[in-house]
Design a protein around this ligand. Structure first.
Ligand SMILES: Cc1cc2nc3c(=O)[nH]c(=O)nc-3n(C[C@H](O)[C@H](O)[C@H](O)COP(=O)(O)OP(=O)(O)OC[C@H]3O[C@@H](n4cnc5c(N)ncnc54)[C@H](O)[C@@H]3O)c2cc1C
Length: 475
């Protein structure tokens, strides 16, 4: 039950960080009746999931294509709250293309979960008969309970479960390791199992893939409006440098270069490296040292995207998985974001978890991507490349190696009236927008719970469907 707004009128919350975590916490709290002050270092909201005008090509581009899935219940809830859920384009099919152009389509059928993906997998030419048998065995093994504290890596698990080179390269590495954005030997099995179960087994709805039909930052203009209409404020270009707690009046003072914000509550929704930087400038408390140690355990993984504008259509496919090459995913932005009215076409190619690709020079990376693209779409050879951009995000996501759950901090921070959010806090989800939205909703619920109010912003997981309702798995 939500608290009546008038009971909460006087309470103020400062939220540091305008990424998905900070925005989802701020909007939930504003809805519950709190007066929120959202403070963001950059001149725009969105954090690691944003779009901006790229000066080199004079186009608004996403820092990278961001995809969500039907199982992202908190992210979808956040989008619904700010009224942008209709701007997400949903699809259930995944086209895999081999060099040379042969295509396979994965996706659901009429069969009940977890068998719904089986008919298309069986008819996929991308996998040999032995690959398919190995994958079926692998999926079945992922259904068995897996201890959350398992120290096995996905690479070891794949060896133990006799996965074939074809199944490993074309499915486990390309789809699962790329969803978790890390090498196979740096992924813990429970996280891999979570992706398999949510995307391929629980239901067709959970595995449906969503992509914004507008540049991603356009979604967040509505978050700013949502907050301002409820008496809250958004301060951009305001980097938080320190904060102190006044026990006498039970208030936080949050200092930015442009002034100080005072509030009863504080939500720190920063990525782990920004938290690390802020920690020495927060009040000294014993458990802060443990938090500092935790932040040191995390590692970054990069994601690169190559953006190409051609004078003609290259493909009418909205997106595809590209097999056996360095580029992994093709997103046809001309189709996915139809508001981009211009002749020709705009494709974005994404490389996940590739430290080698991230080390390449701009021209070398673009040439490599272009050459590989032509192997999948021969039209590329005839087309004129009008302009191109390379975006390297070296701190895109954090890795999920065995043991990571032991160092993901809880929402309750070691200071009074202070809560942590951010994709890296303890949500059970990998480094994704869903983890960020989840963390924001958990923080909002915790603030309400510390008062008179019982809020329920944390959305439950989608219920498994079909036969999955009776097949219990844990871990
Ligand atoms: C290239 C790339 C591709 C990705 N692809 C996907 C995908 O397809 N699907 C998916 O779900 N996820 C994807 N992710 C991951 C996803 O973007 C993140 O998990 C999510 O956006 C993290 O949100 P957050 O709010 O926790 O952190 P952030 O987005 O990092 O937000 C933190 C905010 O805090 C601000 N800040 C930092 N320091 C301060 C300070 N001192 N004072 C004030 N503000 C400060 C930052 O500017 C930032 O806006 C991708 C990420 C990248 C980079």
């Amino acid at each position: 039950m939500q608290a009546p707004p008038e009971q909460l009128e006087a309470k103020t919350v400062t939220v540091i960080g305008g990424g998905v975590a900070g925005m989802s916490a701020a909007c939930a709290l504003a809805e519950a009746g709190y007066r929120v002050q959202l403070v963001e270092r950059r001149g725009y909201l969105g954090g690691r999931a944003s779009s901006y005008l790229h000066p080199g090509v004079n186009e608004v581009i996403d820092n990278c294509q961001h995809v969500l899935f039907g199982c992202c219940t908190n992210l979808i809830g956040f989008y619904r709250r700010i009224g942008v859920e209709k701007k997400i384009h949903w699809t259930t099919g995944m086209t895999m293309i081999e060099p040379g152009g042969r295509r396979s389509l994965l996706g659901p059928s009429w069969l009940p979960a977890p068998l719904h993906g089986l008919p298309k997998l069986l008819s996929a030419s991308a996998f040999s008969r032995v690959d398919k048998l190995a994958l079926a065995r692998g999926f079945q093994a992922m259904m068995r309970p897996i201890a959350p504290e398992s120290t096995e890596t996905l690479a070891d698990w794949l060896r133990r479960n006799k996965q074939t080179p074809g199944a490993i390269e074309r499915f486990w590495r390309l789809v699962i390791a790329s969803a978790l954005n890390a090498d196979l030997d740096a992924i813990s099995v429970p996280y891999a199992a979570k992706v398999i179960r949510e995307l391929f087994m629980n239901s067709a709805q959970a595995g449906a893939m969503g992509m914004s039909s507008v540049p991603i930052s356009e979604l967040y203009g509505s978050a700013k409006t949502f907050l301002e209409e409820r008496g809250s404020t958004v301060r951009l270009n305001a980097s938080v440098e320190s904060a102190e707690w006044d026990e006498g009046v039970s208030e936080w003072s949050v200092h930015t270069r442009n002034g100080t914000l005072v509030s009863e509550f504080l939500v720190i929704a920063l990525p782990f490296e920004a938290m690390q930087k802020l920690l020495p400038n927060l009040p000294p408390v014993p458990h802060a040292e443990e938090l500092a140690r935790q932040t040191e355990t995390f590692t970054h993984w990069p994601i690169c995207s190559v953006h190409l504008w051609f004078d003609r259509e290259i493909t009418d496919l909205p997106h595809a998985v590209l097999l056996d090459r360095e580029i992994h995913w093709m997103y046809n932005k001309s189709v996915l974001q139809p508001g981009r009215k211009r002749k020709g076409s705009y494709l974005e190619l994404v490389q996940s978890a590739s430290r080698d690709f991230a080390a390449r020079e701009r021209n070398e990376a673009i040439d490599q991507a272009l050459g590989e693209l032509a192997e999948f779409f021969p039209q590329v050879k005839e087309a004129k490349l009008e302009k191109a951009a390379l975006v390297k995000e070296v701190r895109a996501t954090f890795g999920v190696p065995p043991g990571i759950d032991g160092v993901r901090p809880p929402t309750a921070a070691p200071w009074p009236n202070c809560f942590l959010a951010g994709d890296w806090v303890s949500t059970g989800w990998p480094s994704t927008m869903e983890s960020a939205a989840r963390s924001g909703h958990i923080a909002a619920d915790a603030i309400c719970a510390s008062e008179i109010a019982e809020c329920k912003f944390l959305a439950p997981d989608l219920k498994p469907r079909g036969l999955m309702r009776w097949l219990t798995v844990n871990g």
